[in-house]
Design a protein around this ligand. Structure first.
Ligand code: NAG
Ligand code: NAG
Ligand code: NAG
Length: 528
């Protein structure tokens, strides 16, 4: 029965002639043969241009955008959502701001000891160049989760792209919507056997003798040398003494690390700015700011859908990205490294709240759009990727242009009811029930599936939805971006960045092959 339905539906979707398609589905153009052929011709011209104008130059700047949890399925959902909400289109035919980059690859994101990875070890692979174990940060195969003693042995440490960039006199910084001590940014600057040791209070007995992540940020290189630090996290940095909030680390030692950071920069004669609101950030005089720390929340910053957009509220990810680029690009001679994380996409997906996640994906899209409008792509390598994906799925079968947050246009052949297009295999809502005769589920037509807090029912109940083990994509443009071309290990990405900018392991080993064929865009051609 199920098989039969599948074939019927496929037939309807695939075999309708163009004119009939137009009548049934509202699309902005007539999608006849001429339309598709013209589109393919333009795409081929573009592909040939890309292949014959590869940029083998040296990247002066590197900007890396990480969508936390933004696997391929959430990306497709985000693309459709953007088209529907922003442009009133059917949605499928559009692109997110990075989806037309000339190069992309698939990325294997497993951890050394787990098929389905966590964000700490994936960020370690992305930024440091070798995979680590589940929940660890800035460490290699020699340290497993919570092994404090082993993590103190510097033989097991990995250095990150942020160190490599600083060693080459580049300015560095990062922006996130989570706490600045959270797993992804922390892998840039910390060596910790637990991503959860964000402040001293969470070390406990097992972490005795280890240094918390916030302390490593303000006291140790490369964290203390970062010129831009933005996100949430006043509590782990001791800048707020606000009562405890769930799952956010609050300092026990009474130190105000933000204050210490400000003082340590000021005594060396640098101009320092600490900001807490959108207004303070956007009115900062970047020409007079050497170091900037923005902590816009006690814990994580708000989800985009609930962000206070007033001047006294929190800046958008795009606002933070633009100020970060303005400050870091003052290093005209040596360039900069910036990491921008859409950190709460992951949290919304863990809640199985699709609309919340899609709004954060749109904010990530805007941040990248803003960044691209400010960067010189002939000398800046831009990589957009995700650390891992989620168990979200896009269920069949909906007609073209159906609300991505809506319900299927077909009903289950078993219980004769539709279901949401976006669902998850596990997560917090388990609403199947036994009516005395058979298993039933709620009628989604009465549920308001497109509301912000809507959670679809799942197959396996759990407090939070989990990550998934499928590959993610990495999109790239700029010098050496063509090295992302195949199925790669996640740790490869750090090496591409190092080689592109001739830093870190590639500082003295950066020769490019002699390729006469290709036009070289970069001004820095001395090593070519
Ligand atoms: C910590 O230091 C920052 C920067 O000087 C200051 O704005 C903040 O109020 C301080 N927090 C506390 C709890 O003292
Ligand atoms: C801040 O971001 C919002 C939306 O992301 C944008 O509309 C606005 O122009 C930005 N403001 C500045 C000063 O960059
Ligand atoms: C330089 O890098 C290449 C890989 O790109 C490697 O095969 C070679 O051993 C490296 N040489 C040195 C001296 O590190």
């Amino acid at each position: 029965m199920a098989v039969h339905n599948y074939f019927v539906a496929s037939f309807i979707l695939i075999c309708l002639p163009g004119t009939q398609l137009q009548k049934i589905f509202p699309v902005p153009r007539v999608e006849d043969q001429a339309y598709w052929h013209a589109q393919a011709t333009a795409d081929i011209e573009h592909a040939i241009k890309v292949a014959t104008t590869q940029n083998w130059g040296i990247a002066k700047n590197i900007v890396m955008f990480v969508g936390d949890g933004l696997g391929i399925t959430p990306t497709v959902a985000g693309r459709i959502y953007k088209g529907q909400r922003r442009f009133g289109h059917s949605g499928e035919e559009g692109y997110l701001s990075w989806e037309k980059f000339p190069h992309l690859a698939l990325i294997k994101n497993y951890n050394l000891d787990e098929t389905i990875p966590d964000s700490g070890a994936t960020a370690t692979a992305l930024f440091c160049g070798a995979k680590g174990n589940f929940y660890t940060l800035g460490l290699d195969h020699g340290v497993k989760r919570d092994q404090c003693m082993e993590s103190l042995n510097q033989k097991n440490w990995q250095s990150s792209i942020m160190s490599w960039a600083q060693d080459a006199n580049k300015d560095t910084g990062f922006v996130t919507t989570t706490t600045v001590t959270h797993a992804t940014p922390a892998a840039l600057y910390a060596h910790s056997p637990s991503r959860y040791w964000e402040c001293d209070a969470s070390l406990g007995e097992i972490g005795h003798g280890c240094r918390d992540i916030a302390k490593q940020l303000v006291e140790d290189a490369p964290g203390k040398n970062a010129k831009v630090i933005m996100g949430g996290g006043r509590l782990p940095l001791g800048a707020s003494k606000f009562p405890t909030i769930p799952r956010i680390c609050k300092r026990n030692d009474g130190r105000n690390l933000t204050h210490e950071w400000v003082v340590s920069k000021s005594v060396h004669g640098h101009t320092v700015k600490y900001v807490q609101t959108a207004e303070e950030l956007l009115s900062a005089d970047v020409s007079k700011t050497d170091y900037l720390m923005g902590l816009f929340d006690k814990g994580h910053m708000n989800f985009e859908a609930e962000r206070d957009k007033s001047p006294r509220g929190q800046p958008s990810l795009a606002n933070m990205t633009s100020v970060a680029i303005k400050i870091l690009s003052k290093n005209k001679r040596d360039g900069f490294f910036l990491m921008v994380e859409g950190g709460r996409i992951d949290h919304a997906l863990h809640l199985t709240e699709s609309k919340r996640a899609l709004e954060d994906i749109i904010a990530f899209d805007e941040a990248i759009q803003t960044g691209l409008s400010m960067l010189d792509l002939s000398e800046t390598l831009v990589i957009v990727t995700a650390d891992h994906s989620h168990v979200m799925t896009i269920n069949g079968y909906s007609k073209r242009g159906n609300d991505i947050l809506g319900i299927s246009d077909v009903k289950s052949a078993i219980d004769d009811m539709p279901y949401p297009t976006l669902m998850y295999t596990n997560g917090p809502r388990y609403a199947h029930y036994w009516d005395g005769k058979k298993v039933r589920r709620p009628d989604v037509r009465k549920e308001g599936t497109s509301s912000l807090g809507y959670q679809p029912t799942v197959a396996v109940p759990d407090i939070y939805e989990t990550h998934s083990g499928d590959d993610v994509a990495a999109y790239a443009t700029g010098p050496m971006s063509h090295l992302l071309h195949s199925l790669h290990e996640q740790s490869y990405i750090a090496h591409v960045m190092g080689l592109a900018a001739c830093i870190g392991p590639y500082r003295d080993n950066c020769t490019r092959p002699e390729i006469q064929l290709f036009r070289l865009h970069n001004r820095h051609t001395n090593l070519l």
